[in-house]
Write a protein that binds this ligand. Structure first.
Ligand SMILES: Nc1ncnc2c1ncn2[C@@H]1O[C@H](COP(=O)(O)OP(=O)(O)OP(=O)(O)O)[C@@H](O)[C@H]1O
Length: 307
């Protein structure tokens, strides 16, 4: 989809993704990731304990759950940024256990990573170039043959510029990345991820810190990834976004998958209501942990909408 084409008012949801009743661990018709017995503990705390989960291909899956549910840890495990105590998982039929993060990325599973202080001191264009894979400099033989890497440099730069234009960041390409707004940073993170032509893009809280002016644009870009044949897996606390664009929702609580289903079914699942509201079902949260209170209240609102 090009930027000139107006997006549909309501995203087209992909259905028919699972086999049998939606329940934790339900089989998918065409899974791109299959994980089994993945466990990660920190001292005495079990952060992730996933018995079985499958991520559907060419769909948008949201991974949700209350604070501390293990979502980020599970993301880190899948992408090789952390090592599990036990378990195995495969991406597109290939085992990913013990595969380091840089090789996972080369295999086509990319996760956006936040613009760190160091990356903020690079220009927007240089940030994009860092996202390219198979660079000649990585290979001694190729790196001593300038005609090979010069051509490649040009191709990388051209691709970076095309993506920056698509993400409406082309006017900023020479600016330091640190000068971008929160929403523009999210766009840059996503554009950089696309430099390596991934099959699966994993987004960690894509809506965090994004002002309303850029929200629609970000949503459109995520929908666009699916339209281009990619698979998207994202962690997000913004339930409106989850309901709006996710084809499938996986709910984690205390390290385990407690529910799966399409967004509307999942919001009605008693296990999800319990996970989010727990003992606070009839109380107002607020003072102790404003973040948690915000998530729980957002969830309450949506559950009420669904009932
Ligand atoms: N490096 C670590 N050392 C010790 N404990 C950790 C570490 N990383 C995560 N944890 C703990 O593991 C649990 C799961 O954390 P995780 O960040 O994965 O949850 P989350 O669902 O992503 O939460 P949030 O929505 O708040 O980001 C939490 O209790 C957290 O404190």
């Amino acid at each position: 989809m090009s930027d000139n084409v107006a997006p549909p008012a309501k995203p087209v949801k992909t259905t028919g993704l699972h086999v049998g009743d939606p329940a934790p661990g339900v089989k998918k018709v065409d899974p791109i990731i299959i994980a089994d017995g993945v466990k990660r503990t920190f001292g005495g705390l079990t952060a992730v304990d996933v018995e079985h989960v499958e991520i559907p291909r060419n769909a948008i899956t949201a991974l949700i759950g209350p604070n501390g549910a293990g979502k980020t840890t599970f993301f880190n495990l899948l992408t090789g940024f952390d090592k599990p105590d036990e378990g195995k998982w495969q991406f597109d039929g290939r085992s990913l256990a013990h595969v380091p993060a840089y090789r996972v990325a080369r295999m086509g599973l990319i996760r956006t990573f936040q613009l760190t202080k160091a990356l903020g001191l690079l220009t927007v264009l240089d940030n994009m170039k860092l996202g390219a894979k198979h660079q000649a400099g990585e290979n001694l033989f190729r790196s001593i043959l300038p005609f090979l890497w010069r051509k490649q440099e040009e191709e990388i730069e051209q691709k970076a510029q095309e993506l920056l234009t698509r993400f409406k960041l082309d006017a900023k390409q020479e600016d330091y990345a640190a000068s971008l707004s929160g929403g523009q940073r999210k766009l840059l993170e996503m554009a950089r991820a696309l430099m390596s032509d991934p099959q699966l893009v994993m987004l960690d809280e894509p809506m965090a810190g994004v002002n309303p002016a850029l929200t629609q644009s970000l949503l459109d870009h995520i929908l666009d990834l699916k339209a281009q044949g990619m698979t998207v897996l994202f962690v997000e606390h913004d339930m409106h976004m989850v309901r709006h664009i996710a084809d499938w929702v996986i709910v984690m609580a205390e390290g385990k998958i407690v529910a799966e289903g399409d967004p509307h079914e999942v919001m009605r699942d008693p296990a999800v209501i319990d996970a989010y509201l727990g003992a606070h079902h009839d109380t107002d949260l607020g003072d102790d942990d404003p973040d948690a209170a915000e998530h729980v209240n957002a969830m309450k609102e949506l559950i009420d909408d669904e009932q």
